[in-house]
Design a protein around this ligand. Sequence first.
Ligand code: DGL
Length: 283
Amino acid sequence: MKSGPIGVFDSGYGGLTVLKALTSTLPQYDYLYLGDNARVPYGTRSFETVYQYTWECVQALFSMGCPLVILACNTASAKALRSIQQEKLPHFAPNRRVLGVIRPTTEEVGLLSTSKHVGILGTPGTISSDSYPIEIAKFYPELKVSQEACPLWVPLVENNQHLSEGASYFVQQHLEALQQRDPQIDTVVLGCTHYPLLLPLLEKQAPKNWRFLAQGELVAGKLAEYLQRHPEMESQLSTQGQRRFLTTDSAASFSEKAALFYGEAVQAEKIELDHYPFTPDAH
Ligand code: DGL
């Protein structure tokens, strides 16, 4: 297989917070970002729908030459990653890899909590999948994990209202609910691409002993370790420092909103997923 970029997939713009960290930790690689803005949000959709949408997007990234795809979206990582790894890759793309954001987070969280009581904030889809408690139990069975779904936080961020008074109300509501579930929490995972943008409010309104764990840098660090352990994958990645941004919806809107998540202006291109059929790799 020819070398190619690292694919970074998200349901929309949010994964740009993860891409930002990846490009600053591992700037040498080429990155191809795909946001499925035409079908966002994923956070409220069923398992079957998230799995189908995510696999379609992963195939498009494969057909554009990505040997490795990161699912930057928590909802896709929760609902589609395992099935793609177990049911799709062995048959269609045995030498390519798809990685998510939940496992790297759960590997670390137990090291950060002193009280051994942690909280997870995420979309309804991520929370109802129980992916975080299930994964955390594999590494840290002694941790008590409490979860809270925050359905309105993504729309608040997407509409640039995340620092408004209205946002402050909805932030408070979920922080209190989580605290009531377990008053001994000291570490809280921001289990959604959009939540790092709410950090100024979260840090102001949360109990002072809470420490928030945002995923970008953590995922980037884990990817660097993964590539060291897997030279057969690392050698397939192209290294010209290129970044390309694709969306399934309007390129103009993507370019306009992306700066909020990525911290700098980007020039996006619109694609039709069915223009990129994936021909399965030879075994
Ligand atoms: N990217 C999604 C996540 O991290 C949030 C947006 C959505 O619901 O699609 O869960």
